[in-house]
Design a protein around this ligand. Structure first.
Ligand code: UDP
Length: 332
């Protein structure tokens, strides 16, 4: 591998797994992370860590030059949907404006390839499920809009400058590195599998089921859960594609194309733990679609990538193992 990959948000949940996948594939990696929600210990020791904001052009450009960066993987950003509704300007700053300056730095330093963490939230409430990449994009919250705006910037920049990009639209990312090197560590989780793992390890008493009257087989919300290590591996393959086809840009759904309901997820947690975690049936959260499942035919056609952890019980098992390890870390 020639050159190095600059990973923003490499101290965070998905970014830290991408760092592992890149290093394991033989890439040199430099992480830029401001450690506001990430953890320095989550960055593998084989990578360099620059503690800076991604809009700090002096530091970012220096890192690109010093390390011979040829590609950027951009994970840094704010990700809490309800917070984006309450504080939209935070999202347009941390996601859209910060991405703008990162892209500008990349162009100025002659970086050739840009991978972007986008989201299924760009689709809003899809009319057709499984959802294809060319489905209407109508985000229903500032989080999704802040990411969609960044996709549009990348499209325009790639048309004007010698850089190509791949935007991966993530569905529901869950699980943890099967080797136990990283996992979801952020406190104040809102994501179902993380919350269930916290309940299974005694960190909370019950799991709320938000909505039981959706148009789904059991009435609870259906999502496409993808193991974080599979997602990380998709980024490494997507980078290879950008290198092999410098004239092409890609926007790809990252999911398994299979949906599980909230109750199916909680059943899996009970199965894996031999517990009966208390479920409290509650009302819907604002803006939750009934079902959000990827049509993943485009990513399967574009990349050699094939899921290796496409198993709900395995995802839950890895999430739980990490949750227990976190407990020991916190307790020590
Ligand atoms: N959910 C739930 N209880 C929780 C958290 C989430 O019932 O404590 C449901 C949520 O309504 C949705 C699914 O679980 O149907 C996945 O939600 P999550 O917040 O993990 O991801 P999202 O799909 O909202 O990005």
């Amino acid at each position: 591998r020639s050159g190095a990959v600059l990973v923003t948000g490499g101290a965070g949940y998905i970014g830290s797994h991408a760092v592992l996948a890149l290093l394991d594939a033989g890439w040199r990696v430099v992480v830029v992370d401001n450690l506001v929600t990430g953890f320095d210990w989550a960055v593998d020791k084989r990578a360099s860590l620059v503690v800076a904001n991604i809009e700090d052009e002096a530091n970012v450009r220096a890192a690109m030059r010093e390390h011979g960066v040829t590609a950027v993987m951009h994970f840094a950003g704010s990700v809490v949907v309800p917070e984006s509704v309450a504080n939209p300007l935070k999202y347009y700053r941390n996601n859209t404006a910060a991405s703008r300056s990162l892209i500008e730095s990349a162009v100025a330093e002659g970086v050739k390839h840009f991978l972007f963490s986008s989201t299924a939230a760009t689709y809003g409430i899809p009319e057709v499920v499984p959802v294809r990449e060319d489905s209407p994009k109508s985000p229903i919250n500032p989080y999704g809009m802040s990411k969609l705006m960044t996709e549009h910037m990348l499209r325009d920049v790639a048309a004007a400058h010698p850089i190509n990009y791949c935007a991966l639209r993530y569905f529901n990312v869950a699980g943890a590195d099967p080797q136990g090197r990283s996992g979801q560590s952020t406190a104040g989780a809102t994501h179902l599998i993380k919350i269930a793992a916290e309940a299974a390890t005694g960190k909370r008493g019950h799991v709320s089921v938000f909505g039981t009257d959706f148009a789904t087989p059991d009435g609870t919300g259906v999502r496409d859960y993808i193991h974080v290590s599979d997602l990380a591996a998709a980024h490494v393959d997507a980078l290879d594609l950008l290198i092999a086809r410098p004239e092409e840009n890609h926007t790809l759904n990252a999911g398994y194309g299979k949906g599980f309901s909230v109750l199916q997820v909680l059943d899996a947690v009970d199965r894996v733990t031999n517990l009966k975690i208390e479920r409290r049936l509650e009302g819907r959260r604002a803006g939750d679609p009934d079902a959000l499942v990827a049509d993943n035919s485009a990513i399967l056609a574009a990349l050699p990538w094939r899921p290796k952890h496409d198993d709900l019980d395995g995802i839950v098992r890895d999430a739980l193992a990490w949750e227990r390890a976190l407990g020991e870390r916190d307790g020590s």
